[in-house]
Ligand binder design. Structure first.
Ligand code: PLP
Length: 418
């Protein structure tokens, strides 16, 4: 099936029935138009049911239970790990570490790998479209190790300037940290090519996949990435759980980040030895209920089909881009639709993004305004804030119209011409 046929085949009304929150009315009896999925995704009933099932039928701490409930929860947790492994096409379940989210996953690599292996004058390559979660940990590593932070320049339309890559990716580069998809510009980065070029100079690549995993299929082996991080709550799962994928060899070489229960093999009075990965990186009580429900979320999106999700979301993005481009004084920041995913960050001449978000909220349209944890990117754009609408497979073309109508109304409120 072509992408157009896949998108046309999408039964969005049926899918919306899976998401109880979407059917509520807001103040003024307005329907909720939820366009803030990039901040956190809504949860399908199967995820909510899984949380309730875990809490009501087999809630018990994992790995230590010498009883039936503990065994059941442990089995469910390890099944969730295998679901995530298949979702990413990782080589083995032990390459999947459950964390509290993308931020924790990246910090785990920063502490466990980068602080151990980086030396003064080694280089870490980042770029200005990164979320603070994939910038600040590397600034901290640079400070602690003497390594140097380098930036891949961006093109004027907000893509990585690969023509300049060889200037900054050199034998001194030890890590290339890059987002799979920008949470502001929507830019989708060519991870496979970046991994190949990083490996060619002996560097590792870490992918912040917080925004990319919900929108497109991810195959860590085909892409040959070394580290990949994402959050459960942006993938239709619960908050409090996330994933770090890393190649087994790297997990074995890394030091643990947090010390405590479960991550040890033996503890003596003055030292301890470590458990094998992933336990080595899962100190303390894991977010086991949330991880089990994340497994249900991954099964849900897998059953819908990432290719079909992608095709439908791109058709929404294409429609939104055309509708919004017709509004006078409105600028969409970022590249053309073929280079991005379903996120539209915009500004409207004469209206502050926060006022826009506030006026849209009065129409029931939930968007987000601010710097979206990307201050260097906003500095590059000479902006302090943007208004961001982010789409998911449960959004409709009618909701895109509601967004465009609400933006027009906001302009009228500010008495802007056109
Ligand atoms: C691209 C990107 N990376 C990292 C994060 C941080 O995710 P979390 O707060 O779930 O750790 C976000 C959250 O918005 C994001 O969009």
């Amino acid at each position: 099936m072509t992408a157009t046929a896949l998108a046309a085949d999408w039964n969005v009304a049926r899918i919306r029935d899976d998401f109880p929150i979407l059917h509520q009315r807001l103040a003024g009896d307005r329907p909720l138009v939820y366009l803030d999925t990039a901040a956190t995704a809504q949860k399908p009933q199967v995820v909510i049911d899984k949380l309730v099932e875990a809490l009501t039928q087999y809630n018990s701490n994992v790995h230590r239970g010498i009883h039936q409930l503990g065994d059941r929860m442990t089995t469910e947790l390890e099944a969730a790990r295998e679901i995530v492994q298949r979702f990413l096409n990782a080589a083995e379940p032990d390459e999947i570490v459950f964390t509290s989210g993308t931020t924790m996953s990246i910090n785990l690599v920063a502490h466990g790998w980068a602080r151990k292996f980086l030396k003064p004058s080694d280089e870490i390559l980042v770029n200005e479209m990164e979320h603070h979660a994939n910038l600040v940990p590397w600034q901290m590593v640079a400070k602690a190790t003497g390594a140097v932070l380098k930036y891949i320049p961006l093109t004027t339309d907000g893509r990585l300037d690969l023509t300049a890559l060889d200037d900054v990716l050199t034998s001194r580069t030890k890590l290339l940290a890059v987002t799979g998809m920008s949470n502001v510009l929507g830019t989708v980065n060519p991870i496979g090519e970046l991994a190949r070029r990083a490996h060619a100079v002996g560097a590792k690549i870490l992918v912040d996949a917080a925004q990319s995993v919900p929108h497109q299929a991810t195959d860590v082996r085909a892409l040959d990435v070394d580290f990949l991080a994402f959050s459960g709550h942006k993938l239709y799962g619960p908050t409090g759980v996330g994933v770090l994928y890393a190649k087994r060899r790297l997990l074995e070489q890394m030091d643990p980040f947090l010390g405590g229960g479960h991550m040890i093999r033996e503890v003596f009075h003055d030292h301890a030895t470590w458990a094998d990965p992933p336990a080595k990186f899962e100190a303390g009580t894991a977010p086991f209920v949330e991880a089990v429900a994340l497994g249900a979320a991954v099964e849900y999106v897998t059953a819908l089909g990432l290719d079909r999700i992608h095709a439908y979301e791109q058709s929404l993005l294409d429609y939104a881009t055309r509708q919004l481009a017709a509004i006078p004084g409105l600028t969409i920041h970022g590249p053309a639709v073929e280079h991005k995913g379903a996120i539209v960050s915009l500004t409207v001449d004469g209206v502050h993004p926060h006022d826009l978000a506030d006026l849209l909220d009065r129409e029931g349209v939930a968007i987000r305004a601010g710097h979206h944890c990307t201050m260097p990117l906003h500095e590059l754009l000479h902006l302090t804030a943007t208004a961001r609408a982010s789409f998911a497979f449960y959004n409709t073309m009618g909701e895109v119209d509601a967004l465009a109508d609400a933006l027009r109304k906001a302009r009228r409120k500010f008495r802007l011409p056109g």
